[in-house]
Design a protein around this ligand. Structure first.
Ligand SMILES: *Cc1c(COP(=O)(O)O)cnc(C)c1O
Length: 630
């Protein structure tokens, strides 16, 4: 195949250019790269440093570039539109609270006075200590007790722009009471409950029955209350958020219209609101299909921003109301592309290869055994589909016959061996085609391999497990070579849900992913991409697989490889995950040692060996929770 064809073929399988959004491409060596930084080289260096896989790799340059692009595009469109307000975005830290991530976003956003958003006390404690810019906003959403509100007012005392967004009416009463006590003027935002409902998996943050926000009567009561108590001048933001990953641009248009109407009406009633906060929802095109599929979106950044800026402007002009400053709370867009999970395929699970060869000559061979043997003997290309259907039928009959005591375990073994031979033959035929022919699609599990990868879906890709979110998965090398294996991916947890059998496929979902065959002495690394939003913090310790190792990578023109690894954040040890579950690892080792001493005393185990084994146990306590490479 010519180079050009290979590139096309690879793009057709992995769609790198489409979901990569310019951040990722295949370089001349056939390795995946980001901004001229060879990801395969990065992983080689990680492995050379004895950092064990799986590992989260963070590309700080991508993080910075997302922040800059968001701000610059807003500024550009605000200019073009002749819009009178400014853009003042905030980053909602719940999307990824890693300190290094938040600090990098603040640093890249400093020229734009980019701020932060928090939704809980722990997050508020964090943003209060991180956001030192007196111009930028600190927006506080979520349910708030008096302690939360007091912390927010502490921020006001320090001169920070901490805006308390009222989610339920009682918060307003508490806030005003505390503000009086502390003698400080609060900045107040109100979250409006819109009637618009978002689309996609995260749509239930909007609509009349949403969990959050004030209804229109409540908003008017709030206005009245503030005026009566002399705090109306503190009302300076109106907020709405209808859910993350908005897939359809129409939802954004609707949200902006309804939200802006509330703003203009409140302004006319005398509320001195300066900021219109349209929340999050800016989507990420995980499958690269630019569609309204749940894992995609039918718009780009420019469309999104234009719809906001022009939408707000038009309504305000129509009603003769001042243009507000615009706030967005985009988390997913900023963080999703900056990190990926990289791990090794450790094995191919192939029950087919374990053929039962020792069958004694079965006299009086059962008809099912006879039939499947003939089927295998006479298999041919022309009637491959018929042969496969017959084989499936015999396999099923065989399963039943065995249950009913009609065939022996040995006969069942012969049937299965022949069945998998037929599947394997077919799999090899299909391996050289571009895709699994439609008639075999439903049986792709029988015609594909399972690649066992050293990671846990529950820890590293919770959204895939919980809500079927798709993410791009790509081998990070050998991308000038045609992959021949149709695969599904299984993780190392003991849970049958610990697998991936849904893959991006240009707006559709594919049950298998094409990967390369495994070579004996060459590790095969694959990457799970666009995982920087939500996945890092939502992961759980199912099976006690803990947090994974993490490296932070920066590009560097001076360096021979064009990059350097700045930080290594160690993942959990077995000791740590056990302690989190209330175990005392020292006591555990001690109790095992006592049992061992007993055996040694009884002379059942030589003392030297006993000591070695206990040392081994203790060493494992300190080790990584994932599989060790040999
Ligand atoms: C989660 C959340 C966001 C972030 O939304 P993204 O779609 O990730 O940008 C913004 N605002 C609020 C109030 C949220 O709850």
């Amino acid at each position: 195949m010519k180079d050009l064809d290979v590139n096309k073929y690879i793009e057709n399988i992995y769609h790198i250019e489409r979901w990569g959004q310019g951040h990722f491409k295949v370089n001349q060596k056939g390795n995946l790269s980001t901004q001229d930084l060879d990801i395969y080289q990065v992983v080689k260096e990680i492995v050379e440093h004895n950092i064990e896989l799986p590992v989260v790799v963070r590309f700080h340059d991508i993080l910075r570039s997302q922040v800059i692009t968001l701000n610059e595009t807003f500024n550009k469109i605000i200019n073009e539109a002749g819009y009178k307000g400014i853009y003042r975005g905030v980053y909602p830290i719940k999307v990824n609270q890693m300190r290094e991530v938040v600090e990098e976003i603040l640093d890249a956003g400093a020229p734009y006075h980019f701020g932060l958003e928090a939704g809980s006390k722990a997050e508020l404690l964090s943003v209060l200590s991180l956001n030192h810019d007196k111009e930028s906003l600190t927006v506080l959403n979520g349910y708030k007790d008096r302690e939360f509100l007091k912390l927010a007012l502490l921020g006001r005392k320090l001169g920070k722009k901490t805006v308390v967004v009222i989610e339920q009416y009682s918060e307003l009463l508490n806030l005003i009471e505390l503000a009086r006590e502390m003698d400080v003027r609060p900045l107040i935002g109100i979250r409006a409950r819109l009637s618009v409902v978002g689309s996609g998996k995260w749509s239930n943050s909007g609509g009349d029955t949403a969990k959050f926000g004030l209804t229109i009567p409540e908003i008017l009561n709030a206005l009245h209350y503030l005026r009566k108590n002399d705090y109306l001048d503190c009302l300076n933001l109106i907020h709405f958020h209808v859910g993350s990953q908005i897939t359809n641009i129409q939802t954004i248009k609707d949200v902006v219209s309804e939200g802006t109407r509330i703003y203009t009406e409140l302004k006319k009633l005398g509320a001195p609101i300066e900021y219109l906060d349209v929340g999050g929802g800016l989507g990420v095109d995980y499958d690269g299909s630019q569609s309204t599929h749940d894992s995609s979106r039918n718009y780009n950044l420019e469309n999104y921003i234009s719809d906001i800026v022009y939408g707000v402007k038009q309504l305000c002009d129509l009603e003769g109301v001042e243009h507000p400053n615009i706030v967005t709370e985009s988390g997913r867009f900023i963080t999703a592309p900056h990190s990926c999970l990289i791990t090794e395929v450790v094995d191919k699970i192939d029950y087919r290869e374990n053929e039962y060869k020792n069958a004694v000559n079965l006299n009086d061979e059962h008809i099912l055994v006879k039939n499947i043997k003939e089927l295998w003997r006479d298999i041919s290309e022309e009637d491959r589909q018929e042969s496969f259907n017959d084989a499936l039928a015999i396999k099923k009959d065989g399963d039943n016959a065995f249950k009913l005591g009609v065939i022996s375990i040995e006969e069942k073994a012969v049937i299965e061996t022949n069945f998998w031979k037929i599947c394997d033959w077919l799999k090899n035929k299909i391996g050289s085609m571009d895709f699994i022919p439609e008639e075999f699609e439903n049986f792709s599990d029988k015609l594909s391999s399972q690649y066992l990868c050293n990671f846990s879906v529950f820890q590293s890709l919770p959204d895939h497990w919980a809500i079927g979110q798709l993410i791009p998965i790509v081998p990070i090398s050998r991308l000038l070579e045609l992959p021949t294996e149709q695969c599904s991916i299984v993780d190392i947890t003991c849970d049958s849900d610990g697998k991936i059998d849904q893959f991006i496929n240009g707006g559709e979902i594919s049950r298998t992913l094409r990967l390369h065959d495994l070579k004996k002495d060459e590790p095969y690394y694959i990457g799970f991409f666009l995982t920087g939003a939500y996945q890092d913090v939502m992961g759980d310790m199912h099976n006690l697989f803990g947090r994974v190792n993490e490296v932070h990578v920066f590009s560097d023109d001076e360096d021979a490889n064009g990059f350097f690894i700045e930080t290594v954040v160690k993942g959990n040890s077995n000791r740590q995950v056990l302690s989190a579950m209330q175990y005392n690892p020292d006591l555990m080792a001690y109790s095992l040692k006592k049992e061992m001493d007993q055996k040694v005393t009884e002379k059942k185990i030589p003392s030297r060996e006993g000591v070695k084994l206990i040392n081994f146990y203790e060493k494992c306590l300190e080790g990584y929770t994932y599989l060790k490479n040999n």
